[in-house]
Design a protein. Structure first.
Length: 527
């Protein structure tokens, strides 16, 4: 299989050059070649007019190329300074010299990075700035940014673009990879489009619309979206009351673990057992059949703990979870899955895939006891393989076959495999955490259609996403999470992404209403 064929790319000094294409178009392979992670079979690369050959990332770094990956490569238990100098100790030492250089770079490019802060205490946007500073520390003059805005709210995107303009003004070049075409058109000076491994054209941002760019990517006209009618019923599917989780509190539930006698700690017990911080605080909501409830929030405000509690990876310190009228608060993960809880994880590499296993084995994950993966007590390998082929075709997973490893797929195709796997079991309740992160516009539209179709058939969905257009466009109800609490409700029909982004950072908006707690609502009313 040829990943890149006859690619032509010219990046000018002092510009942001966007690279766009569908999932599987060859963007990742091209970036790996430019960063020395993979050798090309044919063709040439020239930096500053001089032909080069990279055998490793060290060669690319030596020629002034740095890459910020979509999945950050930082050690949470180290400081910013320690992360930045790791592997580059010979440049400026590990003490005062390095600290001075970090501050110099931070001030020069407006990064506002503090060298002595622990990375685990930083938000997503700050971590991204640390990654950018890390490559600048190593002398990069050409930066490759892979999906840099995937987890940022609008205000953070604006700040990042201000940083990129500072880099441009100093003569640096930025290769900007993104599926958010509106952002591409707002920040890029030049755009190159690749389709199925080949350069198919360039675009001038000032003369191009997002729709035209998307159609150039896919090679055909995109369908006009239909206006969706409400499918929300009055039948509760998931009912969460007063859910509270403390940092470092209740232990996680394994696949086969049984909880303790009560499975819960009282609030008083948790407070006196070290006085640890609430990471999820008195969360109450109901999602009905046919309803998508979106939760908007800056990463790190309790979304992960909410997901873990609902799927059973962590049990609550207090509160309850009801599913179709049954209390499932103490159920282990497997039982929840078998009874109809679907799960699209926020981190597909950690919780969604076995990267070194073939696609058909990944199709089985989370559904090992269910058809078509099992017949009685026995694993049905042929059934799993046949159904993997169906998912590959139905969800347009770009792969040479089902026996290749999940690691060999692009991020977007990995995501489509996970979505296909979860939707194939007709869940009653779907936890969808960033369901279209890293996928192209065509695949995004297809995944949205799948969710809408399942919603029409009665699926209840909890949608957590950093894509505010996705939250507003898909949600029937929309709530804002801040510091572990649901602090406001928003009307998807009237709120703008900018207003929603402000609410996520704690600012008020005229289109928001105060969210009530379990105590406010009482025992019998959760909506």
């Amino acid at each position: 299989m040829v990943a890149n064929h006859d690619i032509h790319l010219t990046v000018r000094k002092g510009t942001v050059h966007a690279l766009v294409g569908e999932n599987g178009a060859g963007k990742s392979t091209l970036m790996k070649i430019l960063y020395g992670m993979q050798k090309p079979d044919e063709g040439t690369i020239a930096v500053d007019g001089e032909q080069v050959a990279f055998h490793s990332p060290a060669d690319a770094i030596a020629r002034g190329i740095g890459m910020v990956h979509q999945h950050f490569m930082l050690a949470d238990n180290l400081t910013v300074l320690e992360n930045v100098v790791l592997g580059s100790e010979k440049l400026y030492g590990i003490g005062g010299g390095a600290r001075k250089k970090i501050r110099e770079i931070s001030d020069r490019y407006g990064l506002n990075v503090r060298p002595d802060v622990l990375v685990e205490d930083l938000g997503v946007a700050d971590r991204q700035r640390v990654e950018i500073l890390k490559v600048l520390f190593r002398g990069a003059r050409i930066l490759i940014l892979d999906e840099p805005t995937a987890v940022l709210v609008p205000q953070e995107v604006d700040a990042l673009f201000d940083n990129l303009r500072e880099l441009k003004s100093e003569g640096l070049a930025v290769i900007f990879i993104s599926h958010k075409l509106g952002e591409v058109l707002s920040v890029a000076d030049d755009i190159t489009v690749i389709r199925r491994g080949t350069t198919v054209g360039t675009a001038v941002p000032s003369e191009t619309t997002p729709r035209q760019l998307a159609e150039l990517m896919v090679g055909s006209e995109l369908p006009t979206p239909e206006t969706a009618e409400s499918t929300v019923t009055d039948k509760p599917v998931i009912q969460v009351k007063g859910l509270t989780v403390f940092a470092g509190g209740a232990a996680s539930l394994g696949e086969f673990d049984e909880p303790s006698a009560t499975g819960l700690l009282t609030e008083d017990t948790a407070e006196t057992a070290g006085g640890v911080r609430r990471v999820l605080d008195d969360v109450t909501f109901t999602i009905h059949a046919g309803e998508v409830m979106g939760i908007a929030g800056v990463e790190g405000n309790g979304q992960t703990e909410l997901i873990d509690a609902l799927i059973g990876l962590k049990h609550a310190d207090s509160g309850s979870i009801g599913f179709l009228g049954e209390d499932i608060t103490s159920w282990p993960t497997r039982k929840r899955r078998e009874q109809g809880v679907g799960y699209i994880p926020e981190d597909r590499h950690r919780h969604g895939l076995l990267l070194e296993s073939p696609l058909w084995e990944n199709r089985i994950l989370g559904h090992v006891t269910e058809r078509p993966n099992a017949k009685g007590f026995w694993l049905d390998i042929k059934g799993a393989q046949d159904d993997t082929r169906r998912i590959v075709e139905e969800y347009d997973v770009r792969t040479p076959g089902i026996d290749v490893t999940a690691a060999s797929l692009s991020g977007g195709n990995q995501q489509k495999l996970i979505v296909g796997r979860e939707m194939s079991h007709n869940p009653r309740f779907l936890i969808a955490a960033h369901p279209t992160r890293g996928v192209d516009v065509g695949a995004q539209a297809a995944i949205w259609d799948q969710i809408r179709e399942a919603r029409r058939e009665g699926l209840a969905v909890l949608l957590i996403s950093a894509d505010l257009d996705e939250l507003i466009g898909l949600s029937d109800t929309l709530r804002v999470i801040y510091n572990g609490r649901l602090v406001a409700d928003a009307d998807p029909a009237t709120i703008t992404p900018e207003e929603l982004g402000s609410a996520m950072t704690g600012a008020a908006s005229g289109h928001l209403e105060h969210a009530e707690s379990a105590a406010d609502l009482g025992e019998d009313e959760t909506r």
